[in-house]
Design a protein around this ligand. Structure first.
Ligand code: ADP
Length: 250
């Protein structure tokens, strides 16, 4: 579904992504791991159109999408989750979900693409969809809660929920499990698995929690120093000597 070929992203003389090549197959939940500074987030940001690559190519279903801005990728069903922006924290959870994509081209951040739906009918439809999303995520009891009052894990569920308001095909998740308690982590994991199995979402997720990755991801790709070091099942990755060395070296 997504093919990344010899991707480079340099910041001045520093090569954050240094010739990364990888594939994300349709229908998978692909894990992306690697020591801090490996270039995972930079790679995500390049694929998702937040950063322009220095060189290299990204294709989606054979179509060249290299360097397309986020709103163009969004229209193709490629999304990445973003933290709930501060200015949305005084809105309720349902209202946050009801922000619909705007059409301002040139905007780069997710949060800038959403505007309040103006038409009453559209608003009712959106509210219905938002409630379905909240039920799916088992947080319907939080619909009228202010987003700013949610726990870290609940916010992550809301971030995931936003991707369900549109027809996503592939979703990039950046550490959805970070700082989340076990119970909510299970809820998030269940939601990801169900979105994958029932709605055909493909996922690519950066994650550090190996148990969480083991439960969800196949394959797992390990990056180090801006490149792909190894790819395989979680057990293959855990037993890979280069991977072990990369982690020990940090
Ligand atoms: P990871 O997500 O694997 O921890 P990152 O992609 O965040 O790695 O970072 C890779 C390297 O690139 C790090 O050394 C980081 O300091 C550097 N880096 C990331 N963004 C920038 C930037 N905007 N300017 C300069 N260096 C950056």
């Amino acid at each position: 579904m997504i093919v990344v070929e010899d991707l480079h992203k340099h910041f001045g003389g520093f090569h954050a992504v240094d010739g990364a090549s990888l594939e994300i197959a349709e229908g998978t939940i692909t894990g992306l791991i690697g020591p801090n500074g490996a270039g995972k987030t930079t790679l995500f940001n390049v694929i998702a159109g937040v950063l322009q690559p220095t060189s290299g190519r990204v294709t989606m279903g054979g179509e060249d999408i290299t360097g397309l801005p986020p709103h163009a990728l969004f229209a193709k069903g490629l999304l990445r989750t973003f933290q709930i922006a501060h200015e949305f924290s005084s809105m309720t959870v349902r209202e946050n979900l009801m922000m619909v994509p705007g059409d301002q081209s040139g905007e780069t951040l997710w949060n800038a693409w959403f505007r309040r739906a103006a038409v009453a009918e559209q608003e009712r439809e959106l509210a219905k969809k938002a409630d379905e999303v909240l039920e799916f995520l088992t947080i319907d009891h939080l619909a009228d809660e202010k987003a700013g009052n949610l726990s870290g894990g609940q916010k992550k569920l809301l971030e995931l929920g936003r991707t369900m308001m549109v027809d996503a095909r592939i979703v990039f998740l950046d550490e959805v499990g970070a700082g989340v308690n076990r119970t909510l982590l299970n809820t998030i994991g269940d939601a990801i698995l169900r979105l994958n199995k029932e709605r055909g979402y493909t996922f690519c997720m950066i994650e550090h929690d190996m148990d969480f990755i083991g439960r969800l991801c196949d394959p797992v790709i390990c990056m180090a120093e801006g490149r792909v070091l190894a790819q395989g099942s979680i057990d293959e990755i855990k037993g890979n000597e280069q991977v072990i060395e990369a982690y020990l070296g940090t």
